[in-house]
Design a protein around this ligand. Structure first.
Ligand code: ZN
Length: 184
């Protein structure tokens, strides 16, 4: 299935939740231009890295101005954060969550990763999988290792994310992905 990622802003979403809509159009076009250049690489890369495919034709990503709440993965609502590349890194993070959910009837990576890392809380365990795939995308597909350095830095004030990165760095993203892909 050919999946298209639709980056957009929703006037209704902004009005409903009284979000600041200043400058959204300009930010959207900058992120969209940059994302479109990488979209095929990212989607093909995710498929190759995980062996999983999205089950949906379209995944809508709604972009909003930064506030105090985190970005969320369903529906995908991503804050413009830092520069264009940092925002794209968050979009890829949320897409990885969606890829795992799309496949949870067949191969449930969310459960598998929690079994592999039983001593960690659920949020940390899930993000061990997300961060491992994210690192694979940025190291082996996009060749932008500096984005992973930035992402790790930004995770330092979020204990579950920080812990997940510590484990990915200690175990190696390739090893974690290999365990997730193994049939056992
Ligand atoms: Zn997440």
């Amino acid at each position: 299935m050919k999946t298209k990622i639709r980056l957009q802003i929703s006037r209704l979403l902004n009005e409903r939740f009284k979000l600041n809509a200043d400058g959204l159009e300009e930010k959207l076009s900058a992120v969209r231009d940059a994302f479109e250049k990488k979209e095929k690489k990212i989607l093909d890369g995710l498929r190759k890295i995980t062996g999983l495919s999205f089950l949906r034709n379209y995944i809508d990503v709604f972009l909003i101005n930064p506030d105090n709440a985190p970005s969320i993965s369903f529906p995908v609502i991503v804050k413009f954060y830092g520069d264009t590349n940092e925002t794209i890194c968050i979009i890829v993070h949320e897409l990885i969550h969606n890829l795992m959910w799309d496949n949870n009837k067949n191969v449930n990576w969310s459960l598998k990763i929690q079994e592999l890392f039983k001593d960690e809380n659920r949020k940390t365990a899930i993000h061990i999988a997300v961060h491992a795939v994210l690192e694979a995308v940025y190291m082996d597909v996009l060749n932008e290792p500096e984005e992973i350095v930035k992402n790790i830095k930004q995770s330092q004030d979020k204990p579950d994310y920080r812990r997940a990165w510590e484990i990915v760095k200690a175990e190696g993203y390739k090893n974690i992905i290999a365990k997730l892909k193994s049939q056992k």
